[in-house]
Design a binder for this molecule. Sequence first.
Ligand code: DGT
Ligand code: CA
Ligand code: ZN
Length: 581
Amino acid sequence: MANFHRFSNRQLAQIFEQIADLSEIKGEVIYKVLAYRRAAESLAELNREAFDIWQSGKLTEIPGVGKAIAEKIEELFTTGRLGFLEKLTAEVPPSLAELLAVPDLGPKKIALFWKELGITTLAELEEAARTGKLRTLPGMGEKSEARVLAGIEAYKRRSERIPIGRAYPFAQRLIARLQAIPGVQRVEMAGSLRRGRSTVGDIDLLAAAADSSSVMEAFLSDPEVVRVTASGETKSSVEYSHGLRAQLWVHPPERFGTAWQYATGSKEHNVRLRELALKQGWSLSEHALSRKDGSEVLCSQEEEVYAALGLPWIPPELREDRGEIQAALEGKLPRLIQLSEIRSELHAHTTWSDGKLTIAELAEAARKRGLEVLVISDHSASLAITGGLTAEAALEQRREIQRVQEQLGDSIRLLHGIEVEIRADGSLDFPDEVLAGFDLVTASMHTALRQPRQQVTERLLKVLRNPHVDILGHPTGRMFPNREGADLDMEAVLRAAREHNVVLEINAHPSRLDLDDLYARRYAEMGGLLAINTDAHAESDFDLLHFGVTIARRAWVEAESVINTWPLARLLAWLGARHKG
Ligand code: DGT
Ligand code: CA
Ligand code: ZN
């Protein structure tokens, strides 16, 4: 048999999408462009491989695939190439396709810029607009040139992911506004935001309403909206200033369960779930579960969707196609840690270094939130910008903590910790005999994060071997949106931490979320212990704890693995045993 080229549906879809884009810029008649787009969409949505369909001679039965497109698909499968596309890319530079995604920039203008000024990339277009070259072209002027620049700005913002720390509070505000609209029964987060990803492409919201028009209208006409990017009866999307984006889906309450399941994703989880449904004779869509005969089963609750497929409800944080459906089928889903199970904060700062609250104020803030234990852990001296503690100052602080503890009685237990700085050479700010005096030692690095991989890894390994170090704080040092973590050999770090029984922190501050979910999962699977800490510098920081718990949930972590869930006696016994050992 001949050697065929097995293009996936996705690859085929991308090829026809590219043909559509380039034909459009070339000036091809619009119905042909639309036909290519339709074929691309239909190929992307197929639930069987187009290759298999081709082998059974039925390509033209695919919606949107007529004779001309079927021939092109066949050429790809048989030769691995497509003469038509090769000719097209020789005529129209493929890099122009990206420009179609710039808001308010159409194919005619793109062709004009290309033919008159030789512009083929986004960077060239931006340069031409900034230097006033576009305004001289026919049909252009200063205003339309400015609009091109604004479009480029919007496009760049749109391709950036939004940190969850910005998306989440904004989504809460949007939800409150939409819930106030008459006829709206319920509004919930969906998409990557509900799954708790550290960054989101956009904010997905789902509303339950019998009639979508009033809630859609309110969403689109919100005064903070700067641009409507799509609008329809069941789905619309908008942009706000500062690059925030949101998408609202509206479904009737009796179909809320399937809609919420669909809109929560991930896409990969949904694909697997649909496969499972198909095997059981169902088809699953955002609207309903349907049987072969076309009859629908409506689900107002997500639980009903999973139950119909013989599954327990799967927490959204697990829906990443990382084995959760198999685990659910086997009844082996983890009992994920919950926010309410956290009893202690093990990493917090006061006015003794760069915190905003005194020891007493910090203790009160922690007590108010129901915490049973608070570890005061200010910075050590070498992190000079924080006004870090010297060994002498730390002793003085210890006496102050004792005084505050006496005032507080047993309403909350204070422990004296330190966030000791890891120097560039892997030594710590304090000698061992000083470290031995603290109840709990967290070692963190804040500087020299760009050391080469081997050096920075060795640096941490040295720290992990120090028997006084209980917790490694925010292990990689990453900061959203633009500071990458150190280039660590994480496997070596996790192994060493496990060997020396060092706890790895999931820093709950949304600009950190470090460890991330993947490494936290790996460490917990190795049997390692984790801590979830807010690293509070101010009262409101305590309210960020849920972001850290979400990372732990995404990491399949149960309460047992997180030392903040342990009762005081167990925590103290564990610390005592470590420090004796
Ligand atoms: P993001 O916004 O990039 O952080 O990620 P998501 O997961 O929020 O993705 P988004 O906003 O593109 O779509 C929201 C949800 O809609 C997604 O999680 C699952 C569902 N969805 C979107 N497109 C598709 C699709 O082509 N197939 C399936 N099965 N589901 C989809
Ligand atoms: Ca999204
Ligand atoms: Zn800190």
